[in-house]
Design a protein around this ligand. Structure first.
Ligand code: ADP
Length: 162
């Protein structure tokens, strides 16, 4: 049976940290589905369409990686795609505490599911989408924090910050 993992998150925007987790997951799973949650509590910075476009660009050579958007429970998405694994990245002990409860609750809701954690690479520990957004908002250069395939100089900043 195919091993399918869902990698849920906001990816607002995708960072080098996310990219690394996805690339490392390719050795573990037959398919990795990046799932952008449309979260009512979180306000988007980059539009869903742009986030999807960027992720497609970054992983265009990897046919086992795809991207979807979703609303609602991650376990429902897992059922829909017959995914038995939820993939998450761990940066800090704070991440661990948060992830532990979500992982345990997801296991209660859908016993067949396993949450798989990959430790972030040391050089990516400090990278968060929210810091990248702050830098961008204030006119700083975010290129070193986002995947090399994305060329930030081609992005029309004024249009995004309207
Ligand atoms: P969420 O709002 O669900 O945390 P994110 O887009 O911030 O969404 O993160 C999605 C997943 O990627 C989470 O598992 C998060 O821990 C992981 N992640 C975020 N940044 C990094 C990073 N720098 N290195 C490794 N994993 C990361």
């Amino acid at each position: 049976m195919e091993k399918i993992a869902i990698f849920p998150g906001s990816f607002d925007p995708i960072t080098k940290g996310h990219e690394s987790i996805v690339l490392r997951s390719l050795k573990l799973f037959d398919k990795t589905i990046i799932a952008i949650g449309e979260n009512a509590d979180k306000e988007d910075f980059f539009s869903i369409e742009l986030r999807i476009k960027w992720i497609e660009e970054v992983f265009s050579e990897f046919h086992s990686v795809s991207v979807v958007k979703y609303k609602g429970l991650t376990i429902e998405l897992c059922k829909q795609f017959n995914a038995k694994y939820i993939l998450r990245g761990l940066r800090t002990s704070a991440d661990f505490e948060f992830e532990r409860s979500i992982g345990q609750i997801n296991k209660n809701l859908l016993p067949g599911i396993e949450t798989i954690f990959l430790l972030t690479k040391a050089e990516h520990t400090a990278i968060t989408s929210s810091i990248v957004r702050e830098i961008f908002r204030h006119g700083g250069d975010i290129q070193q924090f986002i995947p090399d395939k994305l060329d930030i100089s081609k992005i029309d900043r004024s249009k995004l910050l309207e």
